[in-house]
Structure formats: C-alpha cells, structure tokens
Design a protein around this ligand. Sequence first.
Ligand code: GLY
Length: 357
Amino acid sequence: MQAIKSKDSVVYFNEEAYQQLNNYLANTNHSSMFVLVDTNTHENCLARFMGNLAIDLPIEIIEIEAGEINKNIETCSGVWNALSELGADRKSLLINLGGGVVTDLGGFIACTFKRGISYINIPTTLLAMVDASVGGKTGVDLGNLKNMVGVISESEMVLVDTAYLKTLSGNELRSGFAEMLKHGLIKDANYWRRLSKIEALTTTDLDTLIHESVIIKNDIVLVDPTEQNIRKYLNFGHTLGHAIESYFLTHPEKQTLLHGEAIAIGMITEAFLAKEILGLSETDLLEVATVFMNIYPKVSIEKEDYQAIIDLLIFDKKNVGGKVLFVLLNKIGEAKFNCEVPENLLIASLDYYNQLQ
Ligand code: GLY
C-alpha cells in the first residue's frame, strides 16, 4: 500500500512500515529509544514490534495503565519522570505503541519533554490507525473533559501494521469503524455506502479501507492543519458524542462507552439536527440512523441525563465566544461547520435517538 505523505510526517503501511523505521533509525543519530506501551500493548503487541527492529540502540520500555481514565496529566508526570530517571535527552526518540490514549498522551509527552523530542506513532487499534495517530493532535483529558490540554505537532512517521488488529475485540473494531463511517459522511458518499454494506468486520477487509480513511483524513488536515476551517469537519458527531462519552465516563452507574459507540450516537443526533437546521433529507437521516443502529448497541440515555449532557457542551473545543458550534451535514458526503443549534433541538435530538429501535 502506497505511503501517505502529510505535512511533516508520512504514514507507512504493513511490511514497508518496519523497513522505513529501520532506515530512519539507521540514518538518524538518536541517543536512545523509549517505547511507550500500556498494559495491553505490552502483552499483545510489543513482541511483534521488537521482532521487527533491526537496530542497535539502547531501548527502554515505559508502561502505563490502559484506559481512557488514565489519559491525564498525572500519567504524563509519571512518564516524564521515567524518561528523566532513565536518562532521556533531547536526542532520544519516543515510540508510542498503542491505541489513541497511548498515541495522544505519548505525543504530548514527546512534544513537551525537554521542550520537545522526536516521536513516532505505531497505532495498534483501528481507531488510532484511522484517526488518532494521523494529523498531529496530541494531548490529555482534563477531569472528564476530553483532550482539553494538548498541542498539534506531527510525529516523525506513523506506522500502520494491520496485524495488530488481530489483538482487538469486535467491540474495539466497531469503535474504530465509527470514525471510518464518519469519513464517508463528511467527505465521500460512495465510501460511506461501501462501508455501510459491510456485514461482518474482518481484518482482511479492513486493510484497503484503512488506507482510504487515512487519505480522506490526511487530505483535510493538509489543507487545514490547525483546525481553522475544514478540519472541523472531522468533529462531526463529536460535539454531542464527546459530551455523552464524558458523562458516561464520570457516572460509574452507567455503562462504559467506547469512543466509537459514543460518537455513533453523536452522529445520529447531529444528523437529526442537520435535518432540522440545514434541511438534510429525511431519507439521508434515516439511512444514517439505520446504519449506526445496525452496528452499535442501543444505549439508554435517560431524560434526567439530558441537561447534564447539554451542560457539558459549553466545554467543547470548537466553541467561540461562548457559542456551541456544531458540524452538520447538508447531505451524506457534504458537511458544514460553525452551525448554531438552539437548546430545544438538542433535547429533540436526544429524544429522536431514544425512540429508535
Ligand atoms: N480527530 C479529529 C482530528 O484529528 O481533527
């Protein structure tokens, strides 16, 4: 699969990925290499990664606890301290081997340790392959607010090795698939329709689709790397989706939602808003709702939860001057950013989701 060039980075796929990594390591003079893993990728992915290395460089492994709950500044502190104690210097390289928590948090650590060291992302989940590891967004959560603190700075390279997908559960694959469906909805109706027809997600189907998703995301990020305009499209489904995800994360009595499960609800509710505000057709709305309801389990959002979810929207990163700004769809394959939505429609969108079967 053809490598994909972004502004300051390159995404390499499968066999070529390790060749490129080994070439890079042979041609740069890093003083040492640190591999950041979480408890899952330490167990399931590290051996494969190490087995593909052909270099002679001091390597240290730093492990963090797996899970979104650990994507915070305290975990960063632990890793900054570990780097310092293990003698990392400005010529050290950090390799982030993991899902979105590891790549976002590891990228932020690399961008800030000693004012910045080089880093490479090796995403091991579908979500990180198609979204988190591409485009240079790094950062951590602030309490229950997602990705509130961070910087945009691309890694040296991204290595997508789809063999790591074999370590994932069906739920985790479906979680990443939601971001791929989003790519179709905001930019490419044909891609959306091809994805919607897939009956069972297998890792073999996914190879070329991941490549297509990365191209869609990369084309957007190349035009607008710092999210002044069209990069906002990538937040479709994430305004209500993040609020729902944050709300569920901080209410232990609620089920745990994977990111993709939360943004699937976000995409249904925001498609409803698009119908009300931009005139998205009833047919398109129904198609969006049907596809997501067929893939993702119905989540119960109680009426008593609505206000707390809506209140979380004031923390959304796209807001300007206290206004909550949504990305909505004109039609499947075409999005519009900076859309204002009155509160009564937010409630109606959650009601719309709740009545779906
Ligand atoms: N995850 C959305 C973006 O990278 O812009």
